[in-house]
Design a binder for this molecule. Structure first.
Ligand SMILES: [Zn+2]
Length: 312
């Protein structure tokens, strides 16, 4: 919009803003603490200059296993808002939520989450487990129930999260409501474009490239969305130790299907995946699953890094 304004008009508006005592055209009005780096980015995309965002889990670190510090708790206590994934993603989110004095926005709270995927290589095991009453966290190591909390692997769910962030920021800072709405609109349009690009990029992959073997069970939504199949994973949740039987099953299935690429996740040990690669003569590629990093500092770049890792 500013491109259509003349320079003089821009200066006049800037002077007006100064005259009104603001000093800046936009002033920060809310402080928000977030758990994961992806949630941090989503809040920044919506909040822009009106919101200061502090992410608890640093770049490259993993929310499942990160240990919170007393200063993390202090920052959470002082924040106007805490935004977490929820859905039993990790214990540290629970600690943060317990420590928060202000409101807590749990992004998966009213999200239409799906179940964890049926992994092809573990099909027998899954059938066996299905009616096995192991209690709440028997099937998957994340201490949630039956639903997959990795919502950021599905752009529609991410858009739902972005809209929930927009609504909560507008509730806490009504003067910024229009600002948050405009930023959300532009960002959602960008996400839809990225979604279409990834769909096109992955559509042309040959059959044997359409299987995912990963370290942990995080890619169900991504596979569903883009027509890939979860062949299997080494652990259901990163807190677990790799199981020898899961590895044996994967080695057999990989050989049968003629798969050439399998995937490690940068936050986790690649040892088990490398072991499988050595046993199957496949190549290991790293694709991100839970955390942003210097090479992909935004959610959009994170999604592209997954697609490129699979497709290139
Ligand atoms: Zn996970």
């Amino acid at each position: 919009m500013t491109t259509r304004l003349g320079t003089a008009a821009v200066i006049a508006i800037a002077l007006l803003a100064l005259a009104c005592g603001g000093g800046h055209a936009t002033t920060t009005t809310l402080s928000v603490v977030t758990s994961t780096t992806i949630v941090e980015d989503l809040v920044k995309q919506v909040g822009g200059d009106r919101v200061s965002v502090t992410g608890i889990v640093p770049l490259r670190a993993d929310v499942h296993t990160y240990r919170i510090t007393p200063s993390d708790i202090d920052q959470t206590l002082e924040a106007d808002l805490l935004v977490i994934v929820g859905g039993g993603l990790s214990a540290i989110e629970g600690f943060l939520a317990d420590g928060a004095e202000g409101p807590v926005l749990e992004l998966t709270h009213d999200m239409d989450l799906g179940p964890f995927p049926e992994a092809l290589a573990h099909a027998d095991e899954d059938a066996h487990d299905e009616h096995d009453d192991e209690g709440e966290d028997g099937h998957h190591g994340h201490d949630h129930g039956e639903f997959d909390p990795h919502f950021w692997m599905d752009i529609d769910l991410a858009i739902h999260a972005v809209e929930a962030i927009r609504d909560e920021l507008a509730r806490l800072d009504p003067d910024g409501a229009d600002y948050y709405r405009e930023r959300t609109g532009a960002y959602v349009a960008e996400l839809r474009e990225v979604d279409a690009e990834i769909r096109e990029q992955l559509a042309g992959l040959p059959g044997e490239r359409r299987y995912l073997v990963t370290f942990h069970d995080a890619f169900g939504y991504f596979a569903d969305r883009y027509g890939l199949t979860i062949l299997g994973f080494v652990v259901e949740s990163p807190e677990e130790q790799p199981s020898a039987s899961a590895i044996t099953e994967l080695v057999e299935s990989i050989a049968e299907l003629g798969i050439r690429f399998i995937f490690s996740e940068p936050q986790f040990s690649a040892r088990a995946i490398e072991q499988i690669a050595a046993d199957t003569d496949t190549t290991v590629r790293a694709i991100p699953s839970v955390a942003l990093a210097e090479e992909y500092p935004t959610y959009v770049e994170f999604l592209r890094a997954i697609a490129n890792g699979i497709a290139e």
